[in-house]
Design a protein around this ligand. Sequence first.
Ligand code: ATP
Length: 324
Amino acid sequence: MSELKIKKIGVLTSGGDAPGMNAAIRALVRAGIREGYEMYGVRRGYKGLLEGDIIPLGTRDVSEIIHRGGTILMTARSKEFVDKEGQEKAKEIMKVYELDALVVIGGDGSFRGAYALSKLGIPVIGIPGTIDNDVSCTDYCIGFDTAMNTALEAIDKIRDTASSHERCSVIEVMGREAGYIAMNVGMACGAEVILIPEVKYSLEKDVYRIILEGRNVGKHHYIVIVAEGAGDAPEIAKKIEEFTGIETRTTVLGYVQRGGSPTVKDRIAASMMGIKAIDCIANGKTNRLIVEQGGEIKDIDIKKGMAMKKTIAAETLKENLRLF
Ligand code: ATP
């Protein structure tokens, strides 16, 4: 809780961009103005904060953005900000611009940055926005649903051609440290194999054998979903082809998964989280993280939130893979 009377609120987007960040900015700015705050946008994340790249944001400045992917405030990664000196400098810049509080929309790393600022006495609020959905304290992060649907649409198309040619398709989806996209998209497209960084696997038992068992019961195509952090997709494809003799192709979906117009789920989650952030500030609650838990939008203490751990339901994964 802050004793300070907050008048001016800054908002920044940080880390990887995620569809729905704009909807969160829009809700935050409009709800903030409605509550009587002056709203400011910090462009290019913590990097822009250190450079004083700060602009006023009015109600009309956030028009026509609810449906747009990316972030109108742009995003960046900043090494300088990770050090204490960088954070002290950010505090000074906020003083110069008379910003009383900062709302950070981003992933785990961005929240660590916000937590560091809170320890320097700056009132902060975090809104989870990352397509990886890997922020521990929340069930949901803005951008996840859109990214999954974008990946699924591409995979369905690859599946049509894989089926016609009786091929195996190895498809790499985003997720360097977390397999949430891979797991959900894999289940949704009926993949034979899903490889995620959280679960150890053996190529022989968990990949080749499954594909061969599929072939033996009459399957004509095989989909292997690989999260970025679970292995080298082209290398895995090469080994599958060598071992099974089945023609195997690789597709790396890459940045296509980040862009695009946010889904209904992302627009609503983002809007509700933006409103909740202003609600917290208006009620004197700062140093909070806005989260979705059990389908409800809530706020939790930043220190508690940062200490939480999230685990992936690996057993569900295994159950769902044996449906052929
Ligand atoms: P995504 O999940 O999309 O990658 P993220 O928020 O986790 O998003 P990061 O690159 O990890 O993305 O973090 C964004 C920025 O937050 C970093 O560039 C850095 O400036 C800041 N940051 C990250 N970790 C810390 C930390 N431990 N202390 C202070 N600041 C940090």
